[in-house]
Design a protein around this ligand. Structure first.
Ligand SMILES: NC(=O)c1ccc[n+]([C@@H]2O[C@H](COP(=O)([O-])OP(=O)(O)OC[C@H]3O[C@@H](n4cnc5c(N)ncnc54)[C@H](O)[C@@H]3O)[C@@H](O)[C@H]2O)c1
Length: 372
């Protein structure tokens, strides 16, 4: 495909986020929306109609849509439980995928999808929208002149009454929310997780059935410690949705309250530089660029799995009361994925990986796969 040719994209999932993605893609010259899929097919129709696109075909399944239209890419904005099937089918049919986080409902499923991306030679990109925050990028820029960062902290204190599934989840904060700061910490520190000790707890007044609060201490590569303390049951003096950040480096410190421009002491750089789009919009434009040109995508599946592993390892640590090694969690997930694989090529690819952590870190440091 020539550069700047609009990418013919199928949007799968027309819920809250799917409608946002659809509106961004419809407005962007980088995309031509050629189909909308939702198991609630009336919802898909309504979402397309709302944008004045009653000409766009809608179906209940991605398989039906792929039989109907020619497409260059698939956007997966379904619920986490459906991610593995939708992304797996798109890759199998030779199409690159941009998916909402999490890559899949489990680490093992995500690892299987990384192998499926290798087998198909197509990009599987995960949109971690908060990674594309201009102020987070500024925090990272400010840290560089301060020298080696040794300690990073995030405090997150909110009190949302969601109702619905989050109120009943076993690990609502760690599983549904913590992927954002964990992924951002990897980005800011340019470091990968090595081990974690985590405790989960539920304040006595919490309205959540599961543990709504947690503290995790991660050892990151280079010996850096990343400490996360969060709560979803903390009314009053709340932090921003991005949490409140502090980086402590050899030559000074940098802070970010998650809403305003970061600061550093000593002053180490101008604030105010902005990404072209930011958030989900940045993901969609970066994905089009990656597919068209082969440019690296920040959040390519092999890299993204290292953030997901932080979540799964933190949960395991809290359950077992032990310090958990990230490479052990990744290797167990690879074994599980091999056992569950139904596609021979995917199973063979996973068997050929060798130790999962090493494979993922090596792969994520290389260029992402282009759609060709
Ligand atoms: N980045 C963020 O800040 C952020 C915020 C909210 C949600 N999310 C993520 O976005 C995704 C979607 O969340 P949402 O809030 O839009 O959920 P939602 O429930 O509003 O929408 C999901 C839609 O997917 C459809 N669907 C389910 N299974 C399907 C399948 N197999 N094929 C086609 N359609 C299917 C449902 O019918 C529904 O319309 C989730 O992965 C969620 O974690 C990210």
């Amino acid at each position: 495909m020539a550069e700047n040719t609009p990418l013919r994209i199928i949007i799968v999932g027309a819920g809250n986020m799917g409608r946002r993605w659809l509106a961004i893609a419809e407005k962007s010259p980088a995309y031509d929306v050629v189909g909308v899929v939702d198991i609630v097919v009336d919802g898909a129709r309504a979402a397309a109609d709302e944008l004045g696109r009653s000409d766009v075909p809608v179906t209940a399944t991605l398989a039906e849509m792929l039989d109907t239209v020619q497409a260059d890419a698939v956007a997966n904005v379904t619920i986490p439980a459906a991610h593995v099937d939708v992304t797996g089918l798109a890759l199998e049919r030779g199409l690159p995928v941009l998916s909402e986080k999490p890559a899949a409902a489990t680490l093992a499923e995500s690892i299987a999808l990384a192998a499926a991306s290798e087998v198909s030679g197509r990009l599987f990109a995960v949109s971690q929208s908060r990674r594309h925050n201009s102020q987070l990028h500024d925090l990272k820029r400010r840290a560089v002149p301060l020298g080696q960062v040794g300690i990073a902290t995030t405090e997150f204190f909110k009190a949302p009454h969601f109702g619905g599934f989050r109120d009943e989840m076993e690990h609502p904060l760690l599983v549904d929310m913590a992927i954002h700061p964990f992924d951002s910490a990897r980005f800011v520190l340019d470091a990968d997780p090595v081990a974690v000790y985590c405790e989960e707890y539920n304040p006595s007044w919490s309205w959540y059935a599961g543990d709504a609060a947690a503290t995790a201490v991660f050892e990151m590569t280079g010996g850096v410690r990343y400490i996360y303390t969060g709560s979803w049951a903390s009314p009053g003096a709340e932090t921003s949705w991005n949490g409140s950040w502090r980086l402590s480096a050899e030559g000074g410190g940098a802070t970010w309250n998650g809403d305003d421009d970061p600061t550093s002491d000593p002053e180490s750089g101008p604030s105010g530089e902005r990404l072209a789009y930011g958030g989900v919009s940045e993901s969609l434009h970066a994905f089009a660029d990656a597919v068209n040109t082969g440019a690296p995508f920040s959040g390519e599946i092999h890299d993204n799995i290292l953030s997901l592993a932080m979540v799964e390892a933190a949960v395991l640590s809290a359950q077992t009361g032990t310090r958990v090694l990230i490479d052990d969690v990744l290797e167990n997930a690879r074994t599980e994925a091999i056992g569950a694989a139904v596609d021979d090529a995917v199973r063979a690819a996973l068997e050929a990986w060798g130790p999962a952590g090493e494979h993922l870190r090596t792969y994520s440091s290389r260029l992402v796969v282009s759609a060709g």
